[in-house]
Design a protein around this ligand. Structure first.
Ligand SMILES: NC(=O)c1ccc[n+]([C@@H]2O[C@H](COP(=O)([O-])OP(=O)(O)OC[C@H]3O[C@@H](n4cnc5c(N)ncnc54)[C@H](O)[C@@H]3O)[C@@H](O)[C@H]2O)c1
Length: 343
């Protein structure tokens, strides 16, 4: 089978990471990269032996691509996806899928009409701990889900938000602690607990000089009757951890920094979870946004390539990628109301 020809739009932090990831992806070849900052595209192209372009349009028109990975600031995701779909090029979008659920729905519809595959990065869904936990839940081996909590206690320094030309911390890019940093664990929580029905929240800008929230506290009611919470921040000096706790009738399972931290099951040992506990400790972006393991992205590329080759939906389709975006939008709307009961 021919290798899928991939182009990367945006050669910043995650664009460079995608180039590195693609080296590990059998069935794909990096053909070209593009960045409005052309020297950045040239540098990455030089490192990885591919073509460089100064614009998205040139990348899509001249790159000879099957698939484009959208690694641009969030506010540019919509236009990039529409332009790729118009040219019949499949799309893998970095998170968040866009800055609004309505625009994301437009992308899904457009890709459907043009017959191109649309995938959205949520690489931690491919972490072994999450895959095994999801399969145990789907097999009903942990019993009824009762409560789920996500805590993303990260730190970002002032330079991260105020580097020249950055989109981070900007309202137009929805780049707050929930939508930008915590979206991964928020997605995992709603994925494992089976969807959210209603939320209450308080989002504040407590520390950083930014236009969006650096902290959010959220209460959740899941569709299956379970409850949950989210604690999301970038003020937790010096960067503590990301944690996901799932409480069921028969077990408590805790994932910390992308690995299984512990579990206790009433019916005795769960071999799949014991095997995970024997593995190594995690690598999470608690302080450094680039402290990422390539494995999650590699798995997601492999899934995307299989989806293209076998004409099926990717595991994290447009619909799936839109779920955490809409959830976080709803959390923001709930925070406008702040429904307190006075003493
Ligand atoms: N999955 C993850 O773990 C992860 C990690 C980091 C970032 N991201 C996501 O990836 C996206 C990019 O983030 P980043 O940290 O790489 O940002 P970045 O600012 O480092 O890189 C963005 C790049 O896009 C380029 N660019 C801006 N406007 C452009 C245009 N009109 N045409 C072409 N190029 C243009 C910029 O010059 C820059 O090089 C964001 O959506 C972010 O949320 C995901």
């Amino acid at each position: 089978m021919n290798r899928i020809r991939v182009g990367i739009a945006g050669c910043g932090n995650i664009g460079g990471f995608h180039a590195k990831v693609l080296r590990e992806v059998e069935g794909a070849v990096l053909r070209a990269v593009a960045d409005a900052n052309f020297p950045a595209a040239q540098k990455l192209a030089g490192q990885y032996g591919c073509a460089a372009y100064a614009s998205l349009t040139d990348l899509l028109d001249k790159g000879d691509l099957d698939l484009v990975s959208v690694c641009l600031p969030p506010a540019l995701h919509y236009e990039a996806a529409i332009a790729a779909a118009d040219r019949g090029i499949h799309i893998l979008m970095e998170k968040p899928m866009d800055v609004s659920g309505a625009r994301a729905a437009g992308v899904i519809e457009h890709c459907g009409n043009r017959g191109v595959k649309l995938g959205v990065i949520s690489q931690h869904r491919f972490d072994p701990a999450i895959q095994i936990l999801k399969s145990l839940i789907d097999q009903n081996r942990l019993g009824k889900r009762l409560m789920g909590t996500a805590r993303v206690l990260w730190h970002r320094n002032p330079e991260y938000y105020h580097d020249a030309g950055t989109w981070r911390g900007q309202k137009s890019n929805q780049a707050g602690a929930l939508m930008n940093q915590s979206i991964h664990y928020i997605d995992l929580l709603q994925y494992l607990m089976d969807g959210v029905e209603a939320v209450q929240s308080v989002c504040r800008t407590l520390l950083h000089d930014i236009e969006v929230e650096d902290t959010g506290l959220v209460l959740l009611r899941f569709k299956n009757g379970a409850i949950g919470s989210i604690e999301a921040t970038t003020i937790a000096y010096p960067g503590l951890m990301a944690e996901l706790n799932i409480y069921t009738e028969k077990a408590t399972v805790s994932v910390r920094d992308d690995k299984l931290a512990f579990y206790h099951a009433k019916d005795g040992p769960v071999p799949e979870l014991d095997a995970l506990l024997a593995g190594k400790s995690g690598q999470a972006a608690v302080t450094d946004p680039l402290a990422l393991d390539t494995k999650g992205h590699v798995s997601q590329y492999l899934d995307m390539i299989d989806a293209i080759n076998n004409n099926r939906e990717p595991a994290v389709s447009g619909e799936e990628g839109r779920l955490p975006l809409v959830l976080i939008e709803t959390i923001y709307a709930a925070s406008e109301k702040e429904n307190w009961t006075p003493l």
